[in-house]
Design a protein around this ligand. Structure first.
Ligand code: IPM
Ligand code: MG
Length: 361
């Protein structure tokens, strides 16, 4: 039976990079003897253009009927795109937050590691990355500040805005369990990041993480304040294995971590719920400035497709093969513009996708 996969091309470079991931997935399916049935879903700006809303009930229902969803990216240029003339809850980003909530995708996994082939692209001094680094950020994705009550009102004649940051212990526990489970399959270290010197939500976070840690005696747990973590990420990224943190801290730290790799166009991510279902997407954004130019790097999306095969579809062999194909193409010296360096061959988005698909055959 065909495996049903939702595809959200989205906005900006999204449609171009998703097309390449689709190409690679089809090559992998062909090789490993399974059939994929893709269904295109609307989200973000593309959904606003088609329906007036960044997320519709139809997209949620169709996504639920899929075994997994692969997404490109959503959003546009806030200065020039008409989407940003709309009220905040009707903009592209609201669609993404909405689908995460609707599908209960509370666990966002964002790996950041240094590619051997791309070491020169790393913006950190060589002394700081002598032994490389390989971490995964486990970000809570459906709670905290991004989902709390927010409003703007006038208080004593002053415009006043309020955002609320709420976590209950259950929300903290389930993401902590995910992080510890992942750590058990890696180097068995969890760094839980919070702001417990100021925030109540962080003090509860710390207490619950300690409780969960008691069930994982093999895992080393350390707590780190978020401001210190921001510093440590550029001073000594090699110290991290699994970083566990709440929604907003994870949003910020994951951008920082991916930038330190020098290859944000290479990093995949997964958003998971309690079941096998997941939404997979590159860690980077929609890059409207280069949309439609056939120069974007499709590798992060292709690697997200590999993650999808592994985590949601139990097709480990195909996932391994895609990752190997990516490595091989890099070893052969092919690069998209974002990771290009002297002596390498610069290739377009679709050429990169085709090269990786060919290596699978
Ligand atoms: C991300 C993005 C989103 C987030 C935005 C687009 C709402 O920055 O996936 O990190 O903040 O979660
Ligand atoms: Mg972000």
């Amino acid at each position: 039976m065909a495996i049903k996969i939702g595809l959200i091309p989205g906005d900006g470079i999204g449609p171009e990079i998703v097309a390449e991931a689709e190409k690679v997935l089809l090559a992998a399916a062909d090789k490993y003897g399974f059939t994929l049935d893709f269904e295109k879903l609307l989200l973000g700006g593309a959904s606003i253009d088609a329906t007036g809303l960044p997320l519709t009930e139809e997209t949620v229902e169709k996504a639920k009927a899929c075994e997994a969803v692969l997404m490109g990216s959503i959003g546009g240029d806030a200065k020039t795109s008409p989407w940003y003339q709309l009220p905040a809850d009707k903009r592209p980003e609201a669609g993404l937050l909405g689908i995460r909530k609707a599908l209960n995708l509370f666990a966002n996994l964002r790996p950041a590691y240094l590619y051997d082939e791309l070491k020169d692209a790393c913006p950190l001094k060589p002394a700081m990355t002598e032994n490389g680094f390989d971490m995964i950020i486990v970000r809570e994705l459906t709670g905290g500040l991004y989902f709390g009550k927010r409003y703007t009102e006038t208080v004593n004649g002053l415009r006043t805005a309020v955002d609320t940051l709420t976590y209950n212990e259950e929300e903290i526990r389930r993401i902590a369990v995910k992080a510890f489970d992942i750590a058990m399959k890696r180097r068995k270290k969890v760094t839980s990041v919070d702001k417990a010197n100021v925030l109540d939500s962080s003090r509860l976070w710390r207490a619950v993480v300690e409780e969960v840690a008691a069930d994982y005696p093999e895992v080393t747990l350390e707590h780190m304040l978020v401001d210190n973590c921001a510093m440590q990420l550029v001073m000594n990224p090699g110290q991290f294995d699994v970083i566990l943190t709440e929604n907003m801290f994870g949003d910020i730290l994951s951008d920082e971590a991916s930038m330190t790799t020098g290859s944000i166009g290479m990093l995949s991510s997964a958003s998971l719920n309690e079941t096998k279902f997941g939404l997979y997407e590159p860690s980077h954004g929609s890059a409207p400035d280069i949309a439609g130019k056939n120069i974007a790097n499709p590798i992060a999306t292709i690697l997200s497709a590999a993650m999808m095969l592994r985590f949601s579809l139990d097709r480990d062999e195909a996932a391994d093969a895609i990752e190997k194909a990516v490595e091989q193409v890099l070893k052969e010296g092919y690069r998209t513009a974002d990771i290009w360096s002297e002596g390498c061959e610069k290739v377009s988005t679709d050429r990169m996708g085709s090269l990786i698909a060919e290596r699978l055959r």
